[in-house]
Design a protein around this ligand. Sequence first.
Ligand SMILES: Cc1cc2nc3c(=O)[nH]c(=O)nc-3n(C[C@H](O)[C@H](O)[C@H](O)COP(=O)(O)OP(=O)(O)OC[C@H]3O[C@@H](n4cnc5c(N)ncnc54)[C@H](O)[C@@H]3O)c2cc1C
Length: 430
Amino acid sequence: MKEKEIACDLVIIGTGMAGMAAALFAARRGLDAVQVGITGELGFASGPLDLLGVHPVAEGRMVGDPWQGIARLCRDEPLHPYAKLEIATIRRAMEDFLAFLQTGGYPHVTLGARNQMLVTAAGTRKPTYAVPHTMQHGPTALAHQAPCLLVGFEGLKGFSARQIALSLERHWPDLRPVRLPFPDAQGELYTEHMARSLDAAETRQKLVDAIRPHLGDAQYVGLPAVLGFYRTERVLADLQQGLGVPVFEIPTMLPAVTGVRLRELFEQRLPAMGIRPLWQQRVLGVQRVNGGRWSLAVGYTEAERLVVARSVLLCSGRFFGKGLHARRHAIQETIFDLPVVQPVDREAWHHKDLLDPQGHPINRAGVAVDENFRPVDHQGNTLFPNLFAAGSLLAYQDWMRQKCGSGLAVATACGAVNSCADFLKQVAPA
Ligand SMILES: Cc1cc2nc3c(=O)[nH]c(=O)nc-3n(C[C@H](O)[C@H](O)[C@H](O)COP(=O)(O)OP(=O)(O)OC[C@H]3O[C@@H](n4cnc5c(N)ncnc54)[C@H](O)[C@@H]3O)c2cc1C
């Protein structure tokens, strides 16, 4: 092999929410870390950061206070990844993560000990912990059923103000839809293009002028999530000043500007914090070498370099992220071929009823870890002292139904980085 070789203390595999949070925590702890993964996939994040929205899932009960909810979840489901963490650790992880977003100019807003109810592009309501500041007035307007103008745009697919208003009629009768042309645009519209054009003051003014005649008695104005790209604070302030009422975004279908904003923030700031990025690349092969180090072949389609690391943190996601792969009869972990907790056979992957309130067993399949977030075998034995895992790859959780995707990613990333840092401290470099 002629590949270049890089040595480091830690390789973080994955650039989804768990991988990015892990990189942030590793940088804060001064770890010498390389991060590998395709960052484009973060563009699927729709904005809200969920901590715990539903428990118990089978009852579909919405959680008001996510902290109390987590305490109950950990009692009811002691194998859930949250149960490996102290509540104080989860709190600190979320605070650190939110502080990072704040200093990056994309603050997110929480109600502390209360979930907020957010309107989705489908016109449903969902409980969430933190929302981008551009969405913060939406939950208040909904809670008060305040008169609100909801603006959709000609040519923007997947966002119909009329459909949202119709779906929410029972919960928000004073939501009034309108469909307008977007300034200086024709034909099909793309959210990223719209957001970038609203970074310009001239477009903002034209949008204010277009919306103002429709305001009527509206006390709020809702729009799809396109309120700027790099300058969301400025865009929101100008629209609110121009319209004289609070303005808020509603998440759009994917890929979403909200995710791309996050991606750009991480891409800009993590290297400056000391993370060595190997982005737009994958781990194509892995080997354990002398002294128990990991040697990873990294490249896009062919190995271009070897990364030799004292430890690895695996944040490779589930089926969508490609950390898990469903073969004909079994689910496989794709990089280390780790044991996967899963139903005994394919027949048991799904319940007969697609909408079974319990959720499907396959969604709780994944990699089981010990109390230090190190993968274990089917008997519960830790497999390697220097391999850690975090995020949606973990077993015994159903983040989609429990509405805990980002919280689980951030909290377990924090737990795994802490354990990894302890390991690196104890074991001196060879
Ligand atoms: C459509 C959608 C909507 C969502 N909406 C919300 C929401 O409203 N609120 C919320 O809180 N959460 C939401 N989430 C979930 C949230 O983003 C999760 O936290 C996330 O999906 C899980 O993060 P993860 O980092 O564990 O996995 P993923 O995001 O799946 O990331 C996996 C990463 O691993 C990398 N990877 C895989 N294999 C390799 C390899 N061989 N080499 C290198 N890298 C590899 C991938 O490139 C990717 O970067 C949503 C997720 C999706 C997909």
